[in-house]
Design a protein around this ligand. Structure first.
Ligand SMILES: Cc1cc2nc3c(=O)[nH]c(=O)nc-3n(C[C@H](O)[C@H](O)[C@H](O)COP(=O)(O)OP(=O)(O)OC[C@H]3O[C@@H](n4cnc5c(N)ncnc54)[C@H](O)[C@@H]3O)c2cc1C
Length: 323
């Protein structure tokens, strides 16, 4: 047995000691992504609270293993070739509320499902998160990507976030330190680097007491609007960010690409910024749709679309370029 294998086995043993059978090898990512595509994660662990989350991250960091925190998997496209290193599935879902003068602050662990949290707040007569009633994913994913809908976004709710800085420890980031932009934050920008990423442990969200009926009516309106304008089926939501002065979906539609197919995936007829897995799509099928939309929109309108979805894992772009 070579040294590398011995070291890897020691790492597997350590994770099994701490996490038991929640640590797995070669777990298929298609089981954990909203688009239902993606190859195996070399190592995979499920964490149940913020302490376990930071522990899983620190163990990986100390062993120089690349790690990736997975929330709802609703804003990522994982390669068919899978992901090397460790994927940490975040199920840290503790939620607390505290009154502060006129408002209420909700502290939610980052693995909490955002839409369930929004529903919970509505039931308690706490307003502010109605925009999130049908936004998939976790609080952590929303804090990183500044997710938003119907005129609201995470930035407008977030008071502060507790963030684990690998090798350093936990630190509270104020809203200003998150440096939010449209579907963007200081943590989202970090995704472009190969450095170990910071991890959101929990978020403090500001809510305002309002009558439950008012909140419910608002939320129902948002749900109805979404049903009217967005397709069902397995997708990652909006594939591209809206460029300044345009809607990405409008440009893809105007380029004649509604219904365009690649293998088992197609560009939605209902909303051209949604790329749908018909059941048996590969990640490569979806990536081919991305390439087609990007190229055709650039050719026809001179606009270079920027991905909102993050491509993760072992893609083989270099081989393609060299062919
Ligand atoms: C049908 C559909 C509709 C959608 N509609 C909307 C919408 O209206 N508005 C909108 O903004 N988005 C929308 N999305 C996209 C998606 O819901 C959001 O981007 C969501 O916030 C992603 O959260 P997630 O937990 O699924 O993140 P994931 O996809 O699991 O991860 C996304 C990124 O965040 C990182 N991340 C996740 N958790 C943490 C953490 N705790 N610490 C550090 N990094 C972390 C991951 O590592 C990854 O880089 C939609 C998606 C779908 C499928």
């Amino acid at each position: 047995m070579d040294l590398e294998t011995t070291v890897l086995e020691a790492i597997h043993r350590r994770y099994r000691e701490v996490f038991g059978d929640r640590f797995k090898l070669n777990e298929l990512m298609a089981r954990h992504t909203s688009a239902r595509v993606g190859g195996p994660a070399e190592m995979f662990v499920t964490v149940g609270n913020a302490t376990e989350l930071q522990m899983a991250v620190e163990l990986a960091y100390a062993q120089h293993i690349p790690y990736f925190v997975l929330g709802g998997g609703s804003n990522i496209l994982v390669a068919d070739g899978g992901i090397g290193g460790l994927v940490i599935l975040n199920k840290a879902r503790n939620v607390r509320f505290r009154h502060t003068g006129l408002n209420v602050v909700c502290t939610a662990e980052s693995g909490m499902n955002l839409s369930s949290l929004a529903r919970q707040c509505i039931a308690k007569g706490l307003g502010g998160l109605e925009w999130a009633v049908n936004v998939p994913g976790t609080v952590g994913g929303a804090v990183v990507g500044n997710s938003g809908a119907h005129g609201g976004d995470t930035n407008s709710n977030l008071l502060a976030a507790t963030i684990w800085e690998p090798g350093l420890g936990a630190r509270i980031y104020s809203n200003e330190e998150m440096a939010y932009g449209y579907r963007d934050s200081v943590l989202k920008r970090e995704q472009r680097s190969d450095e170990p990423r910071r991890v959101v442990l929990s978020a403090e969200l500001v809510l305002k007491p309002e009558p439950v009926e008012v909140l419910l009516a608002r939320a129902d309106g948002f749900v109805a609007r979404r049903k009217q304008t967005q397709p069902g089926g397995a997708s990652m939501g909006s594939m591209f960010k809206n460029p300044p002065h345009y809607y990405a979906g409008y440009l893809i539609d105007a380029a004649g690409l509604k219904g365009f197919r690649s293998g088992g995936a197609h560009i939605s007829e209902k909303h051209a910024n949604f790329f749908i897995n018909d059941d048996d799509a590969t990640a490569e099928d979806i990536r081919a749709l991305i390439a087609e939309a990007w190229n055709v929109v650039r050719e026809q309108f001179g606009v270079e679309l920027e991905l909102e979805v993050e491509l993760i894992g072992n893609w083989h772009f270099d081989e393609e370029v060299n062919e």
